[in-house]
Design a protein around this ligand. Structure first.
Ligand code: EPU
Length: 336
């Protein structure tokens, strides 16, 4: 059923109140194909979990809300399992389902907002794990002819918060399901990330289970990142910039305490959160929007903010960081 003039406020984690010209809830692949066929020459806007977008204006298009549900085991051995999850499954609920079945591999990705079907688009990642580490393939529908097309891991060209769906194929395919390879035994634990180590130590856990790691990640996220159900936000608003070692050394001369992660022999990643904090924006509030007080990478809507105001703040932050550090920080969130 197609509804007219629908508020998108419940459908984006920033909680921005803009309207969709028309809106259709899609609960099966067949229904998706039908809507695409019937509205071929109409502007379309595909909406998943709405967790990685800042809506700055009304959407003058038919919004297709991908709400296709289902999780199934497609193949298993004694050690591993292939699981196919439909695009409309909530990501964190999927993580919990896997933990309940003792399937390991995505516990570090606990509590990331959004849906299964949008996770590959930006190759979600946290605490030393990225989606690509467990990704096998995804099924999609090509918008122009409603053909089913499967993408392997190689096809997706995953990078840091990147994939082909954000680049060359942007806006051309709709992901309908994702297949993951997870472990049933001998789970490969990723506990190197400093905050996880500390959290496990504080809880006196020496040999953690995948559930322990998930709990640690949940505790860390809850201590730093605002819950979108309470304060509108889209997680990290900016990506962490990758700069040359040479530029990093120059930066270190002026700012000896700048944190960094080595990316390759001559590239270094610098946390945007640190740059934004040093630029004086952490915790800054402008009326009903601002910068989160515990993690400067997160912009927040305290209620009723306009997307365009938040976008203007993002531009001001980018300009200020550029002026002070001569570093360009790119947005991670899609600006609509
Ligand atoms: N930092 C500051 N001030 C801040 C925030 C961070 O100085 O306000 C410093 C921290 O002290 C630390 C460093 O920056 O030295 C890194 O901070 P953190 O560990 O919180 O991670 P991050 O680089 O800010 C990235 C991801 C997060 C992910 C965490 C954990 C990006 C853009 N963000 O944040 O992803 O949860 O690592 O792996 O890569 C997301 O993408 O939405 C997201 C939340």
């Amino acid at each position: 059923m197609i509804e007219e003039n629908v508020s998108l406020r419940p459908y984006n984690t920033f909680g921005i109140d803009v309207n969709a010209k028309s809106f259709c809830n899609i609960s099966s692949v067949e229904a998706l194909k039908i809507q695409l066929r019937e509205h071929q020459n109409q502007p379309l806007f595909v909406l998943g979990g709405g967790s990685n977008m800042l809506l700055t204006k009304n959407i003058e298009a038919l919004v297709l809300h991908i709400n296709i549900k289902g999780i199934e085991v497609v193949e298993e051995t004694n050690e591993t399992v292939l699981i196919k999850a439909m695009a409309g499954e909530n990501w964190h609920e999927f993580v919990l389902w896997c933990l309940d079945h003792n399937y390991g591999g995505i516990e570090n990705l606990s509590l990331i907002p959004g849906n299964v079907g949008t996770a590959p688009i930006q190759n979600i990642g946290a605490y030393g794990v990225e989606l690509k580490d467990v990704f096998v393939s995804c099924e999609t529908i090509r918008i122009k002819d409603q053909e089913s097309v499967t993408f392997t891991k190689e096809d997706c060209q995953f990078g840091y918060r990147e994939s082909i769906f954000k680049q060359d194929l942007k806006g051309q395919y709709i992901i309908t399901s994702v297949t993951f390879k997870l472990t049933k035994t001998n789970h490969k634990l990723h506990t190197d990330y400093g905050a996880i180590k500390q959290q496990l130590k504080d809880s006196n856990i020496d040999s953690p289970s995948i559930r322990d790691i998930s709990n640690a990640v949940i505790a860390i996220r809850q201590s730093k990142l605002p819950d979108p159900n309470e304060i509108g936000n889209s997680g990290s608003f900016f990506k962490n910039p990758v700069i040359s070692k040479l530029q990093f050394q120059k930066l270190q001369e002026n700012f000896p305490k700048v944190p960094s992660y080595s990316v390759s022999e001559d590239l270094v990643k610098v946390p945007s959160g640190w740059l934004i904090e040093k630029a004086g924006f952490k915790g800054k509030r402008f009326n009903n929007y601002g910068v989160h007080n515990k993690q400067a990478l997160v912009l927040v809507n305290y209620g009723g903010a306009k997307g365009s105001d938040i976008y203007d703040l993002a531009l001001l932050i980018q300009k200020t960081v550029k002026r002070i550090f001569d570093i360009t920080i790119e947005t991670e969130v899609n600006i609509i």
